[in-house]
Ligand binder design. Structure first.
Ligand code: F6P
Length: 550
C-alpha cells in the first residue's frame, strides 16, 4: 500500500506520530520560553534557518528538540512528501474538482517540463507570459492608444477573490518599482461605491479595464464589468471603443466573447490554476504592466526558487514545512484559533488580506479527502495589519489577553524609502515586540520599578507568547515571490497533514445560490411570496419598504 493510501485510510488522530505528539504536549504545555532560552544559549541558532535570502527565526516558539522531531515525524507519516510530489507531477490532487494543482508551473522556467494529462504545459505558460509582456510594454511605452488616440494612463483591474487580492496585494507591495506615470486601481466589490470611487477622477479616454475572472461568470465581476462598459460607452459613444479599452483574463473564451471583448485581447489560463494561487498567471497582468515584464519575471523566479526549496530541502531545513508545522502545533495542541501576520512594511499593507483568502479558503474545511468529518481542528483564522499601527490597537490583547495568538513578524533590513531614523525605529519595534511577547515582565520586575502592589498585576506581562520572525534584506519582486510561495507551501503542508482538499472552495457556493434567489425578491414589483425563515423574510420586507419609499 502506498503512503498516500495509508494516509487516506488512517485518520490523523490515529497516527502513531500524532499520538506521540499529544503525549509530548503534556511535558511542554507549561514550559516558559524564559526557561527554554535560559537553559540553551544556542537556541536562537538551532531554531532558525536562512534560505533564499529569508532568515526565519522560529526560536521564540514553545517547542523543544523533541517537539520538532515529533512534528517532523507527523509530516513524514502524513505523506507530505508524497502529496508534494503528486502536486509537482500534475496529479489531480484537487480530488473534489478532479483537477491538477499546478500553480508551480506558472513560474517554472521556459525549459522545464510539467505534464498534465500527458501534455507539457510549460510552453503554453510562457506563450501567455510573452503575450502579456508585449501588451504590457505597449502600455508602458504609451503605444497602446485609447479609442480617441490618447495613450492609456489608467489601468483598472476588475475582479474579486483571487482575481483581485493577488493583483492588488502585489501592486501595493511593489509600488516602489511601478511606473509612476500610470495609475492603477482595483475594483472588486459589487457595492457600486467601489467602482464609483475608483473611477471618479479618471478620464475614460485614457482608461483600460482588465476584466479578470477565471470563470467569467462571477456576479460581482460581471456586474462591475457591465458598469465599466457603460462608463466607457457613455463617454466614447461607439461600440468599437470596447476593443481599445477592455481586455480580459479568463479561462472562458466563450464568456469573454459574449461580453463583447475580442478574444484577441484575452489572456488565458487553465483550470489547474486555483483562483487564490493565480497571481503568477495572466491574472497578474496589472502587476506586469505596473512593474514591467523584467521585474515580473524576477518575482516569478522568487516563487520558483521557493518551489524548488520546498521540493528538495530536507524537512528539518525546509522553510514552508517548518512554518506549517509550527502552525499545526498551536492550532491543534494549544487550541490557538488564529494566527496574526504582522508585516513591518507599509508596502505589505494588503498582505494579510491576501493571506486570508490563501489560507482560509484553502484550509477552512471540515471533512477529510474521504468525506469524513474531521476529529481535529483545521485551518486557523489569519488576520493582521502592518506594524507599527497594530501595536496601538490590538497588540494589547496579544500581550495580555486570555487568548494565545501566534504571530508572524515580517521585517526588512533596508528600507525602500530611507528617511532619517525611520527604519531603525521600525525594526527596533519588530525585535522589541518579539522579545516582549516571549519573555514578558515578571511581577518581581514590575515591583522592582517601584510599582505599587495593587498595580503590579496590571503591569505584569506573562510572556510565553510565540512568534516567528521573518527577516529579509529588502522588499524586492524576488523576495515577494519567495514570501508568497512560503505561505502557499506552508498551507499545503498543513492541508496534507489534515488530509483535506486545500484546493476546492465549496463553502462559497450556498451564499451565491441564495443571493441569486433573493435578488428577484428584492426587485419584483409585486409583493413576492417569501418562503425563507422568519428572520430572512422580515429583512427582505424591510428592505423593500425602504426601497419603495426612496
Ligand atoms: O470566492 C470564490 C471564488 O471562486 C474564488 O476562489 C475565486 O478566486 C473568486 O471566486 C473569483 O472567481 P473568478 O476568478 O472565477 O471570477
Amino acid at each position: 500500500m502506498s503512503k498516500a493510501s495509508v494516509v487516506e485510510t488512517q485518520p490523523l488522530v490515529d497516527r502513531a506520530s500524532w499520538k506521540a505528539l499529544q503525549k509530548h504536549m503534556e511535558t511542554v504545555r507549561n514550559v516558559h520560553l524564559r526557561t527554554l532560552f535560559a537553559e540553551d544559549p544556542g537556541r536562537a541558532e538551532r531554531f532558525s534557518l536562512e534560505a533564499l535570502g529569508l532568515y526565519f527565526d522560529y526560536s521564540k516558539n514553545r517547542i523543544t528538540n523533541e517537539t520538532l522531531r515529533l512534528l517532523l515525524a507527523v509530516a513524514e507519516e502524513s505523506g507530505v512528501r508524497e502529496r508534494m510530489e503528486a502536486m509537482f507531477s500534475g496529479e489531480k490532487i484537487n480530488v473534489t474538482e478532479d483537477r491538477a494543482v499546478l500553480h508551480v508551473a506558472l513560474r517554472a522556467p521556459r525549459n522545464a517540463s510539467i505534464l498534465v494529462d500527458g501534455k507539457n504545459v510549460v510552453p503554453e505558460v510562457h506563450e501567455v507570459l510573452d503575450r502579456m509582456a508585449a501588451f504590457a510594454n505597449q502600455l508602458r511605452d504609451a503605444k497602446w492608444l485609447g479609442f480617441t488616440g490618447k495613450p492609456i494612463r489608467n489601468v483598472v483591474n476588475i475582479g474579486i477573490g483571487g482575481s483581485d487580492l493577488g493583483p492588488v496585494m502585489a501592486y501595493e507591495a511593489l509600488r516602489h518599482y511601478s511606473k509612476r506615470e500610470m495609475t492603477f486601481r482595483f475594483v472588486s466589490n459589487v457595492d457600486a461605491t467601489d467602482f464609483v470611487e475608483s473611477t471618479h477622477d479618471l478620464n475614460p479616454e485614457e482608461t483600460l479595464f482588465i476584466i479578470s475572472s477565471k470563470t467569467f461568470t462571477t456576479l460581482e465581476t460581471m456586474t462591475n464589468a457591465h458598469t465599466a462598459r457603460k462608463w466607457i460607452l457613455d463617454k466614447l459613444r461607439d461600440e468599437k471603443a470596447i476593443a481599445r479599452h477592455f481586455v480580459a483574463v479568463s479561462t472562458n473564451a466563450e464568456g469573454v466573447s459574449k461580453f463583447g471583448i475580442d478574444t484577441a485581447n484575452m489572456f488565458g489560463f487553465w483550470d489547474w490554476v486555483g483562483g487564490r494561487y493565480s497571481m503568477d498567471s495572466a491574472i497578474g497582468l496589472s502587476t506586469m504592466i505596473a512593474i514591467g515584464p523584467d521585474q515580473f519575471h524576477q518575482m516569478l523566479a522568487g516563487f520558483h526558487a521557493m518551489d524548488e526549496h520546498f521540493r528538495t530541502a530536507p524537512f528539518e531545513k525546509n522553510l514552508p514545512v517548518l512554518m506549517g508545522l509550527v502552525t499545526i502545533w498551536y492550532n491543534n495542541f494549544f487550541g490557538a484559533q488564529t494566527v496574526a501576520v504582522l508585516p513591518y512594511d507599509q508596502y505589505l499593507k494588503r498582505f494579510p488580506a491576501y493571506l486570508q483568502q490563501l489560507t482560509m479558503e484553502s484550509n477552512g474545511k471540515h471533512v477529510t479527502l474521504r468525506g469524513d468529518h474531521v476529529r481535529y481542528e483545521t485551518g486557523p483564522i489569519f488576520w493582521g495589519e502592518p506594524g507599527t499601527n497594530g501595536q496601538h490597537s490590538f497588540y494589547q490583547m496579544i500581550h495580555q489577553g486570555t487568548k494565545l495568538i501566534p504571530c508572524d513578524l515580517i521585517g526588512f533590513c533596508r528600507s525602500l524609502n530611507p528617511l532619517g531614523e525611520h527604519q531603525d525605529l521600525l525594526i527596533a519595534n519588530v525585535f522589541a515586540q518579539a522579545e516582549a511577547l516571549a519573555f514578558g515582565k515578571t511581577p518581581e520586575q514590575v515591583k522592582a520599578e517601584g510599582t505599587p502592589d495593587w498595580l503590579v498585576p496590571h503591569r505584569t506581562f506573562e510572556g510565553n507568547r510565540p512568534t516567528n520572525t521573518i527577516l529579509a534584506e529588502r522588499l524586492t519582486p524576488d523576495i515577494l515571490g519567495k514570501l508568497v510561495a512560503l505561505y502557499e507551501h506552508s498551507v499545503f503542508t498543513q492541508g496534507a497533514i489534515w488530509s483535506i482538499d486545500s484546493f476546492d472552495q465549496w463553502g462559497v457556493e450556498l451564499g451565491k445560490v441564495l443571493a441569486k434567489k433573493i435578488v428577484p425578491e428584492l426587485q419584483s414589483a409585486q409583493e413576492p411570496k417569501l418562503e425563507h425563515d422568519s428572520s430572512t423574510n422580515t429583512l427582505i420586507r424591510r428592505y423593500r419598504k425602504f426601497k419603495a419609499s426612496s
